[in-house]
Design a protein around this ligand. Structure first.
Ligand SMILES: [Zn+2]
Length: 170
């Protein structure tokens, strides 16, 4: 390890083996030695960036997490079929995400509206489920993931154009 405290310009051999010139001129005299030692324990900048990128790419998703995700999506898909909700359209990422969010949203709305007796089952069918069937754009549900019950009721009644394709049987 080539570190020196006598000068503010030193060569640090980093943990990755690369040696780089370092300027300690902005570090107070008594702290230079520690800073140089700390640098020596770190990878150099380019290596550090590469390590970080590689870690991001390889982020392991455990089999357990994958299975839980798949099960969650399957629950949402089964529910959609039972409720006659259309398969959602969008990008590869939007479709499963939107499908889960729709499932969560409709469960929340049911709790807030029917279980709290703000609406009867029939009213809920008319004002929520029937209207939700007209929407097949995954993005709608993604954009409403934080919406309040009242915003949902408003936007389900007037969603704008939320249908992709004309073959939607609902
Ligand atoms: Zn390096």
């Amino acid at each position: 390890m080539s570190t020196a405290t006598a000068t503010t310009n030193i060569i640090v051999t980093h943990a990755c083996g690369h040696a780089h010139a370092r300027d300690l001129s902005d570090t107070a005299a008594s702290l230079r030695s520690d800073k140089a030692k700390w640098w020596a324990t770190q990878e150099c900048k380019p290596c550090n960036a590469e390590t970080f990128a590689a870690r991001q790419r390889a982020k392991p998703v455990s089999a357990e997490v994958k299975a839980a995700r798949a099960a969650r999506l399957q629950t949402a898909l089964d529910d959609a079929q039972r409720m006659n909700l259309p398969p959602l359209q969008g990008s590869e990422k939007q479709i499963p995400y939107g499908t889960e969010l729709r499932y969560d949203a409709l469960r929340l709305l049911y709790e807030e509206l029917v279980q709290s007796e703000r609406m009867t089952e029939d009213e809920y069918d008319e004002k929520v489920t029937t209207l939700a069937r007209r929407i097949n754009r995954a993005k709608f549900w993604i954009e409403h993931k934080e919406s309040s019950v009242d915003d949902f009721l408003l936007d389900l009644a007037d969603p704008g154009d939320q249908n992709i394709g004309t073959e939607n049987p609902y």
